[in-house]
Design a protein around this ligand. Structure first.
Ligand code: ATP
Length: 212
């Protein structure tokens, strides 16, 4: 059984086709990547899979149909577009807010994750003093926090330097070994080549498997 299954998924707004008849299957533990130019439909496809936008067609997660008003059937960590952070709180406090929604995340887990992302010196610093790349790392930490079955990262390399991208590649590979499933959009083919186990190309809202 596929973990994520899309069958003839489409979205039209004012006669414009934004998602064009997408059919695909993703297995548990896959790192599925969606590569495409600006405006090709990468973010919309992630939003559709997460049940954040209404679409035609069928989206199944663990064989359960997704509807926008329903509770999402699995635990998912999400970074879509810009990280949503409270500027007057510290990196630790921002993650703590999220951790409180789940039972089993300790303060040490939060510190460990921020350290893993290279933010150990800034754990207790307010977000308003963070650079763009540092904010992006806290956004990535939000998505990685807890025991998520699915992690969705929309353009995670935005604002990251080369060294930080290498670090992110290592972290994603490490999570993959725990059978976590990733959906990642990027226009950085070098990054995609390093992490992807299921590369897709998005063009005008349509998706094709990337042939290497
Ligand atoms: N709510 C909406 N209503 C109408 N059009 C929309 C809406 N949201 C997105 N679009 C359009 O859908 C297309 C795909 O948008 P999407 O955000 O998925 O692109 P993307 O591939 O993620 O681009 P980028 O790399 O710039 O983030 C774009 O042409 C965008 O203008």
């Amino acid at each position: 059984m596929s973990f994520i299954k899309l069958d003839a998924v489409s979205k039209q707004v004012k006669k414009q086709t934004l998602i064009n008849n997408v059919t695909l299957k993703i297995n548990k533990g896959d790192i599925a990547t969606f590569e495409g130019i600006n405006g090709s439909g990468k973010t919309l496809i992630l939003k559709a899979i997460l049940g954040l936008i209404k679409t035609n067609g069928t989206i199944l997660i663990n064989n359960q149909q997704i509807n926008i008003q329903d509770t999402y059937p699995i635990r998912a960590g999400i970074l879509i577009e810009n990280p949503s952070l409270i500027e007057k709180l510290t990196a630790f406090q921002n993650l703590k807010l999220l951790a409180q929604l789940q039972d089993e995340i300790s303060d040490d887990d939060i510190k460990e994750l921020l350290t893993l992302l290279g933010l150990e010196e800034n754990i207790h610093r307010k977000i308003k003093y963070f650079s763009l790349g540092m904010k992006q790392k806290v956004g990535i930490a939000q998505a990685l926090l807890g025991n998520n079955e699915l992690i969705v990262l929309d353009e995670p390399t935005n604002a990251l330097d080369e060294e930080s991208i290498d670090l992110l590649v290592r972290i994603i590979r490490e999570f993959k070994s725990n059978q976590t499933t990733f959906l990642i959009t990027s226009h950085d083919s070098n990054f995609i080549n390093q992490v992807s186990t299921r590369p897709f190309v998005v063009r005008n809202g349509a998706i094709n498997e990337k042939i290497s």
